[in-house]
Write a protein that binds this ligand. Structure first.
Ligand code: PMP
Length: 415
């Protein structure tokens, strides 16, 4: 490791951050845990765990319906979480923030409501070659229902995607552009603002799958110029079972409900039901109350740290990992675009990614192996699977070293 590469990012005390995440002090197979799978799901700070415990031990009741004290405090905490999300992404109003169970549900919601109402045979949806299955399959279901078509923007060998390719594919038939903000396999940060401008110039709407994007950078939905933005709480240091759909108010107003049930209605008779305004219109049934509160606590936590310094720290980890991994014989890095977030896929000659991940696990190193829910991308890359290390605010340069050492050992075992 070079002295420069190992220099700590000023103003970012990763040792202090690590003490906020209790799980990081445990061992696995007798080795210190080296958790490099945060792109799949991030670990949780104590503040989030405490907020969840507090909600269940002190403030728990169903929301929106009770006239008693506990239901009011529970409702207040749930709605306070919505305000935290609103401020975090700079949405114009609370009614633009819909809680879902995750990004997957949020995309399915848009496909099933906006898609079925506004798209028809002959219309086109533009995706990229790097999309997660969550941002492919819902559009295929829509295609099969209404007869629209999917157009795919290609990816370059280094994992970058050219805006010029969007300009070729987006046209008068395009009704929707549905793309990742950041690729979960390659780490590529897509030039979403420019793509949004192209979409709008063609009269189309744009939905951003922000699962990986919101984790690594500040998101301002208004500045991004998108129409829909979705993400999952569990990748943002919050709990599972909670996600967010943000959409422009006029779009949510125009969309029919996704599911019917309690809480989403204005009035119900057997003859006719009218809907509550957004966001309630899209939150049928008892919502993930405590999960939303937990997400609010995760946002509070992120607001309490220097996020710009955290992003710089992650970038330093990524650059160091890329340099160190590249020195391993037989190593091929997958995803080397200039503008990328702290996610690195790779393949190692002669070692299947699954075997590699299993051997690394014996050293306490958690990485992901497989197609990462991006089978079409794997086909384009000509691989069946990759191994992926992903870095979060709590990872260290020493953990990058541990990964590299474990990979070298794995090579001895497997080759
Ligand atoms: N999109 C991307 C880019 C992702 O990384 C993921 C999670 N791997 C998803 C969508 C789906 O998220 P979830 O399973 O939390 O709904």
């Amino acid at each position: 490791m070079t002295a420069l590469a190992k220099t700590k990012t000023p103003a970012f005390d990763v040792a202090k951050i690590r003490t906020d995440f209790p799980i990081l002090s445990r061992t696995v197979h007798g080795k210190p845990l080296v958790y490099l799978d945060s792109a799949a799901s991030a670990q949780k700070p104590q503040a989030v765990i405490d907020a969840i415990t507090r909600a269940y031990t002190q403030d728990y009741a169903n929301v929106h319906r009770g006239a008693y004290y506990l239901s009011e405090t529970s409702t207040a905490a749930y709605e306070a979480a919505r305000e935290k999300v609103r401020a975090f992404i700079n949405a114009k109003s609370l009614s633009e923030v819909v809680f879902t169970k995750g990004a997957t549900e949020a995309i399915n919601l848009v496909a099933a409501t906006y898609g079925r109402k506004f798209l028809k045979a002959g219309d086109e949806i533009v995706l990229t070659a790097v999309e997660h299955h969550s941002n492919i399959v819902p559009w295929q279901l829509l295609r099969d229902a209404v007869g629209c078509e999917l157009k795919i923007v290609p990816v370059n060998l280094d994992g970058s995607i050219d805006v010029a390719e969007f300009a070729k594919v987006i046209g008068p038939r395009t009704k929707l552009v549905a793309i990742a903000h950041v690729s979960n396999v390659l780490g590529t940060v897509l030039p979403v603002r420019e793509i949004a401008d192209l979409a709008h110039a063609a009269g189309a709407k744009i939905i951003l799958d922000g699962c990986q994007g919101i984790v690594h950078q500040h998101v301002d939905v208004q500045a991004l110029g998108c129409d829909f933005y979705v993400f999952s709480g569990h990748k943002l240091y919050g709990p599972t079972g909670i996600g967010v759909l943000w959409a422009r108010a006029e779009l949510l107003d125009a969309m029919p409900p996704y599911q019917g049930g309690g809480d989403m209605i204005d009035s119900v008779t057997f003859a006719k039901t009218t809907w509550a305004p957004a966001p309630a219109k899209f939150e049928a049934g008892t919502p993930p109350i405590v999960q939303a509160i937990g997400l609010g606590a995760a946002i509070d936590y992120l607001n309490s740290i220097d996020r710009a310094a955290a992003a710089a720290h992650e970038d330093t980890l990524l650059r160091y990992a890329m340099t160190s991994l590249a020195q391993i014989p037989g190593m091929k890095l997958i995803g080397t675009a200039r503008h990328k977030a702290a996610v690195q896929s790779f393949v190692m000659e002669g070692a299947h990614p699954h075997d590699l991940a299993t051997v690394l696990d014996r050293s306490g190193v958690c990485v992901r192996a497989g197609h990462h829910c991006a089978q079409p991308l794997m086909e384009i890359l000509g691989v069946s699977a990759t191994t992926r290390a992903s870095f979060a605010i709590y990872n260290t340069m020493d953990e990058v070293d541990a990964l590299v050492t474990a990979l070298r050992r794995a090579q001895e075992v497997l080759l």
